[in-house]
Ligand binder design. Structure first.
Ligand code: C2E
Ligand code: MG
Ligand code: MG
Ligand code: MG
Length: 289
């Protein structure tokens, strides 16, 4: 049944009599081992600040470096981790790696914010804020350098507790964003009550806003909504220059997408970031001379 598919316990039963169940059970065992062996890695995607034209930060996106299957993307293991109760450990590892990388970039002269995605159940874990505080202290990274992204889904279950955790994180000086904005079910009343700083408009609305008038209307009015609520609007899924042009014209704050850069391993992204910063500084000096 649909219900038993979604509980970690029944994975074993399903595995006994069907292939899909067996495969999921194998994946689950491998994921447990993978978490123990540090097989999770992060790729980072730059976020461009349209106001000043510089890369303001990056979003950390988890991948599983599987010993035989190669790089596995989140849609291949996140739901499983969630259902099997492994998401707490996964998130702790992601936070630790992201904050450590943030420290490394700061040491290299790159003053970047790092955004980490949280799952709904993370916000129901009362130990999360203390873990995050300890992680920031351990790596010597200020809270303002960490951004956290949550989806509207958090408001569906125990909204009061999730909101309290968010308020606690925000009081620490961490910036919060609603991810995939526009695809969930949250009403404007929830948006009004949520203690968040940024809206990340889902790529479903951004992708074709240069050619589709309805997408354009949604983007323009969401920018205005965000600004009127004192929030910033981040556009996801910018895949071409025409879309970027529109977003500039419509006063969008930050953009992310393949047009600027795909998510990349830090070894590849760091030289790109340094080069961009270098040329921005050179242009600035030339401009002042
Ligand atoms: P998201 O947070 O909305 O991240 C954006 C997704 O869109 C990423 O997919 C990214 O690679 C992709 N993307 C970026 N730019 C473009 C573009 O221009 N065009 C298109 N078509 N796609 C673009 P990815 O890395 O596969 O991640 C998928 C989702 O998995 C994320 O969506 C997020 O919800 C979740 N996720 C990723 N990492 C983590 C994590 O560390 N923890 C948790 N809880 N969730 C994560
Ligand atoms: Mg995200
Ligand atoms: Mg998103
Ligand atoms: Mg998404």
């Amino acid at each position: 049944t649909a219900k038993s598919e979604h509980s970690g316990l029944s994975l074993a039963n399903a595995g006994a009599d069907d292939d899909i169940g067996r495969r999921r059970l194998t994946t689950l065992e491998e994921l447990r081992t993978g978490l123990d062996n540090g097989e999770l890695v992060l790729h980072y995607q730059p976020q461009l600040d349209l106001g000043c034209g510089t890369v303001a930060g990056v979003e950390a996106l988890v991948r599983w470096n599987h010993p035989t299957r190669g790089l596995v993307y989140p849609d291949g293991f996140l739901a499983l981790a969630e259902h099997a109760g492994l998401i707490g450990r996964l998130t702790m590892q992601v936070l630790d790696m992201a904050v450590e990388q943030c420290r490394a970039w700061r040491d290299a002269g790159l003053d970047l914010t790092v955004a980490v995605n949280l799952s709904t159940s993370n916000l129901h874990d009362p130990t999360l804020p203390a873990y995050i505080a300890a992680t920031l202290t351990r790596h010597g990274v200020p809270p303002a350098a960490l951004h956290l992204e949550v989806t509207e889904e958090i408001l569906m279950r125990d909204a009061a507790r999730a909101t309290e955790t968010l308020a606690q994180l925000r009081a620490m000086g961490i910036r919060l964003a609603v991810d995939d904005y526009g695809t969930g079910y949250s009403s404007l009343a929830y948006l009004h009550a949520l203690p968040v700083d940024d809206l990340k408009l889902d790529r479903a609305f951004v992708g074709h806003c240069d050619t589709d008038p309805r997408s354009a209307a949604i983007v323009k009015s969401t920018v205005e909504l965000a600004h009127n609520l004192g929030m910033r609007l981040i556009a996801e899924g910018v895949e071409n220059e025409a879309v970027l042009d529109r977003l500039r014209r419509w006063d969008c704050d930050l953009v992310q997408g393949y047009h600027l850069s795909r998510p990349q391993a830090p070894e590849r992204l760091t030289p790109w970031l340094l080069e961009r910063q270098e040329s921005a500084t050179t242009a600035d000096i030339a401009g002042r001379a």
